[in-house]
Design a protein around this ligand. Structure first.
Ligand SMILES: Nc1ncnc2c1ncn2[C@@H]1O[C@H](COP(=O)(O)OP(=O)(O)O)[C@@H](O)[C@H]1O
Ligand SMILES: O=P(O)(O)OC[C@H]1O[C@](O)(COP(=O)(O)O)[C@@H](O)[C@@H]1O
Ligand SMILES: [Mg+2]
Length: 528
């Protein structure tokens, strides 16, 4: 590909500086060098070149991809910018490199082979030289949605303190009770003083809810209240909602919808224009299940794994002290068994870990019953950790099936814990004539209702500050999160397109199998 185009020939593209978002920029290895090198070309033209390359080379075998996030100037090209007030902050004045370069990107794959493509990259998070908001004109709001998770209060606190202390923003509203809170008249005024101590408490200071997302009503409300920065803390469902809010705010041509309207039996085509508002929408991913794609790990996860140790330890102490003790600890994890897997690995007292991703079976050769009997013979006791989403098909098959959903549309799970305890008890007493001492512990809500630990607190601070920097810099429709330990701005749609699950072919699951020595139910089933 020839990249020796003169910068002047690219001027017509310069208006599309931030256009076509979320955009996919594909650059070949030569173009990457070009991307970094010529200092004589202005930033605007450099980005114009990138846009030009995007237009001309998407179908080629390119190897550098920037999955960029939208910017307010995509649909408001004349938006003025201002020098970042952090320049004047004492704390930042001693930082060697105050601002993140617009060319800094974070690689999604850090382990690559010499000849392999460079792959997908995201924009690095952090403060930018120019901001698109004057602090005294910012009216921000924060909302928390979905289930609880340790650290939500720390994120709220650090958004408020970050906006206030770093940028001098004074007008920050707390929307209470999740998305529904947008329809209510009342909001909370959030100041550093109001949120000073909240990180020491579990839960969410702003309260939360499931269901009730109405994009139009929410955006109407944001518009009516004169809010221009929206910080949305929540899981995959919340981020989907955030994406719809962003789309309604923006005015991308690709987002204009043609609606078919049936009116007195005539079909009309109606183009629905989006609003083109100067409102930055920032998502902060929250989930105890750690099932959000792209990011390394969600906040509060480490705290939850640590808290799960207490339950596992209790189960172990109990079963160790009795004859034929069988401990079962049920942990959260709807579709992803990360908490169960990490809690098992951390504990070393767990004999078997059951997760939704790895089907298991009870009877026959290589089954769970055989394994339990063997461990009882060897050690006199055992501990099983079961993720709530595991074995759902078995519980359902026994006539407990239900299609019930929560208010957000998430399938309500059947309770695998008591089902598994009963099955084990029945099998050993009735069929094996062997009394087992069953100790069943369900700490599911306990592990997510606690305050975050020290490392999660730091993580929450980085997320909150990164979100504030991104919104102040005019980015919108993004989710912030660590990618290979570097915080990045990720297009919201990218984190909601699929749920992250435990990959059975990854080394982490193999490590677990190697440490518990539990049956690999798949292999055993095939052998028998
Ligand atoms: N596909 C979706 N589109 C719009 N809003 C959604 C969607 N899925 C969930 N939401 C909203 O996001 C909020 C939280 O979703 P939920 O699935 O309960 O939790 P989480 O965000 O933790 O996954 C709810 O208010 C729900 O209505
Ligand atoms: O009982 P609740 O509050 O609806 O939540 C239960 C569910 O919430 C979770 O903790 C996480 O769900 P979200 O991340 O979607 O909020 C699941 O592990 C669990 O199944
Ligand atoms: Mg969810």
């Amino acid at each position: 590909m020839d990249l020796s185009v003169s910068s002047s020939s690219l001027v017509p593209f310069s208006l599309s500086l931030h256009s076509n978002a979320p955009k996919l920029l594909r650059l070949s290895r030569t173009s990457t060098t070009f991307f970094r090198k010529p200092p004589s070309i202005s930033r605007q033209n450099k980005l114009a070149i990138i846009t030009a390359i995007q237009v001309s080379t998407q179908s080629e075998n390119d190897d550098f991809v920037l999955e960029d996030v939208p910017h307010l100037t995509n649909f408001l090209p004349d938006l003025p910018s201002y020098p970042n007030p952090l320049n004047k902050r004492q704390a930042y004045s001693i930082v060697k490199k105050n601002f993140v370069s617009p060319e800094d990107v974070v690689a999604q794959n850090v382990v690559i082979q010499k000849e392999s493509p460079r792959g997908v990259h995201f924009r690095r998070a952090g403060p930018r030289e120019k901001v698109y908001f004057e602090p005294e004109k910012v009216r921000a709001c924060i909302v928390t949605c979905g289930g609880l998770c340790p650290g939500i209060n720390t994120v709220i606190r650090e958004i408020v303190c970050g906006l206030n202390n770093m940028y001098g923003v004074q007008d920050i509203l707390g929307i209470e009770g999740g998305y529904k809170g947008f329809y209510s008249k009342n909001t909370l005024m959030l100041t550093p003083k109001v949120v000073n101590d909240i990180h020491k408490r579990g839960g969410t200071f702003l309260r939360t809810s499931r269901g009730g997302h109405d994009t139009h009503k929410i955006v109407d409300n944001i518009q009516d209240r004169g809010i221009n920065q929206v910080y949305i803390i929540g899981g995959d469902g919340t981020q989907r909602g955030a994406s719809l809010i962003y789309e309604e705010m923006s005015m991308e041509r690709s987002h204009s919808l043609i609606h078919l309207v049936l009116f007195y039996n005539h079909l009309f085509m109606k183009e629905v224009k989006k609003r083109g508002l100067k409102v930055a929408v920032a998502g902060i991913p929250k989930t105890i299940d750690n099932d959000i794609a792209v990011i390394d790990k969600s906040f509060g996860f480490d705290t939850a794994v640590e808290e799960a140790q207490r339950a596992i330890n209790a189960a172990h102490v109990e079963v160790e002290s009795v004859e034929n003790g069988v401990g079962i600890v049920k942990l959260m994890g709807r579709y992803s068994g990360f908490i169960a897997m990490y809690a098992t690995q951390a504990s070393r007292d767990v004999d078997c870990c059951l997760i939704p991703e790895s089907p298991f079976y009870l009877e026959g050769r290589g089954g769970l019953f055989e394994f339990i009997e063997q461990r009882l013979k060897e050690n006199g006791h055992l501990v099983i950790v079961v993720a709530e989403g595991a074995g759902q098909e078995y519980v359902a098959a026994e006539g407990h099936a239900s299609d019930k959903k929560d208010a957000s549309g998430n399938k309500l799970l059947l309770d695998v814990g008591p089902w598994l305890s009963d099955k084990i008890k029945d099998h050993f007493t009735v069929f094996r004539k062997m009394a087992v001492n069953m100790k069943y512990i369900d700490p599911t809500y306990m592990i997510r209702a606690i305050p975050s630990n020290a490392s999660d607190n730091i993580y929450c601070t980085l997320l909150a500050q990164g979100a504030v920097h991104g919104a102040m810099a005019g980015y919108t429709g993004f989710t912030i999160g660590p990618v290979n330990s570097k915080h990045a701005y990720i297009p919201i749609a990218r984190v909601t397109e699929r749920q992250k699950t435990v990959k059975l072919s990854d080394r982490m699951w193999a490590r677990l199998l190697a440490s518990t020595n539990q049956p690999d139910f798949v292999a055993s089933e095939q052998e028998s």
